[in-house]
Design a protein around this ligand. Structure first.
Ligand SMILES: Cc1cc2nc3c(=O)[nH]c(=O)nc-3n(C[C@H](O)[C@H](O)[C@H](O)COP(=O)(O)OP(=O)(O)OC[C@H]3O[C@@H](n4cnc5c(N)ncnc54)[C@H](O)[C@@H]3O)c2cc1C
Length: 426
């Protein structure tokens, strides 16, 4: 089992489990998913039933309690075979965040075990036609009427829009930045419906379409956090889960690009020798490998810091930036190395390129990450979400800290025992 600086046996056995599932249960469907372009209901549910949506949910709620690095490994391994199925897992794991961080005790007890078992799939729905990066531009409203809220508006590009069972939706309850609030809306509520799927060029099998709220009444108890905390719910989910999750999808696609391209360059003969013997091709392969190593390091390091409750907003931004950009760069190199064959579906490279392109907009485009990193450099970056919420999700990390403390104590005990057993001279 190959471990690196950040992963331990539990991460690597999880990786082996997900890889086996992806190879046996997902790969045989990839070609069909590309041609059918339908939402992959059954496969998405099969992934959820493995418990992988609940990887950051503490064990007391039925989750795996393994944290963010384990989440990165799961999404990476699924995405290595299918970016679409990696996207399904990451979108629902992202939907978990708001309940973990802002849910009341009743909401946590009701929903977390269902997410962990795969019985219910959550989403997070913030984007509207006029408000993507500009979250405050949203127009959908939630109006309080007695013990209920009445929701009106539409969200689009919502990850798992058509398979989600409970949507974490942010709507306007008033003006300005404190005028947003978040709610849980079950998909069988009257006044809720799914809308168009959109005509995306990639991630076929993953739904990220429209959901519509028309005079949709929900109990006031479905509000997440306080009224006015909607922006916090949106930003924190995107910062702590979204950036890393999309970095992990990109990482999995990047691994596949490098594996497939190396195999191709070694098997295609040109001038009586493998293509990889041409110096320009060898240089490109070296560049791709270098990018992949740096991208992986950025994603794993950020996951590790998050698991240990350390301030890491900048590392999370950088993980998203490096992974999306480097994967796109390597996809372009792979297209060049495959030349005309890269355009043919059976070589997969054009799929990797299309899928990787989808990772640029969500959880902050690369330009948005660069602007925020510029603020970090200038010392003007605002709230550190990784610190702000480390207490709220402390039970997830404390398990990890306890394990590490136990391992340290065991090591010290065994060292003392060894020292005592050495006979003292003269
Ligand atoms: C695969 C995928 C999954 C998604 N999943 C979800 C989901 O689960 N839930 C959800 O709510 N949404 C989701 N989205 C939507 C996503 O969050 C938005 O696409 C994103 O916020 C960008 O919005 P936009 O596409 O409208 O672009 P815009 O915000 O209109 O951006 C257009 C351009 O302006 C630039 N720009 C925007 N704001 C700034 C700024 N402040 N400073 C400088 N430049 C700026 C951008 O970099 C970009 O180049 C998903 C999208 C995709 C593609």
């Amino acid at each position: 089992m190959a471990m690196d600086y950040f992963t331990d046996e539990r991460h690597e056995s999880l990786r082996a489990e997900v890889r086996e599932f992806a190879e046996k249960e997902v790969r045989p469907h990839v070609a069909r998913m590309e041609t059918d372009r339908q939402v992959e209901f059954e496969l998405s549910r099969a992934i959820a039933r493995r418990g992988w949506i609940g990887v950051t949910i503490p064990r007391e709620y039925g989750g795996l309690g393994l944290g963010h690095l384990a989440k990165t490994v799961i999404v990476e391994e699924l995405s290595r075979v299918s970016g679409a199925m990696g996207a399904v897992a990451q979108a629902s794991q992202l939907g978990v965040a708001k309940v973990l961080h802002f849910g009341s005790a009743a909401q946590r007890h009701k929903w977390l075990p269902r997410f962990a078992s795969g019985e219910s799939l959550p989403t997070i729905a913030v984007t509207e036609p006029e408000s993507g990066g500009h979250v405050l531009g949203m127009a959908g409203t939630a109006r309080r009427e007695g013990d209920e809220y009445v929701l009106d508006g539409r969200k689009w590009f919502v990850g798992n829009s058509h398979i989600g069972d409970v949507h974490g939706v942010v709507f306007r309850t008033g003006p300005g930045s404190r005028g947003l609030s978040a709610f849980l809306v079950e998909s069988d509520r009257p006044g809720f419906r799914t809308g168009t799927l959109g005509s995306q060029s990639g991630l076929h099998g993953f739904s990220f379409g429209e959901i519509v709220f028309e005079n949709c009444r929900i109990p006031a108890a479905n509000r997440l956090g306080r009224e006015s905390q909607g922006l916090d719910v949106a930003y924190s989910s995107s910062t702590l889960y979204g950036r890393l999750n999309l970095a992990a999808v990109a990482l999995g696609i990047h691994v596949a690009i490098v594996e497939d391209t190396v195999r191709f360059a070694e098997s295609r003969m040109l001038y009586g020798k493998p293509l990889s013997h041409l110096s320009n091709i060898a240089l490109k392969l070296g560049e791709m490998q270098s990018r992949l190593m740096t991208a992986k390091l950025a994603a794993y390091h950020a996951s590790h810091l998050l698991d240990h409750g350390k301030a890491c907003d900048a590392e999370l931004m950088n993980a998203k930036l490096i992974n999306t950009e480097y994967t796109l760069d390597s996809a372009r190199n792979a297209m060049e190395i495959h030349a005309a064959r890269g355009l043919q579906a059976e070589f997969h490279i054009e799929r990797y390129l299309r899928d990787a392109t989808h990772l640029y907009p969500p959880a902050g485009t690369s330009d948005v990450q660069r602007l925020r990193l510029g603020q970090v450099a200038a010392g003007t970056y605002g709230k550190q979400w990784s610190v702000e919420l480390s207490g709220l999700a402390g039970w997830a990390w404390s398990e990890l800290a306890q394990r590490e403390a136990q391992a340290e104590a065991d090591a010290e005990r065994s060292m003392r025992a060894t020292l005592l057993s050495i006979p003292l001279a003269g």
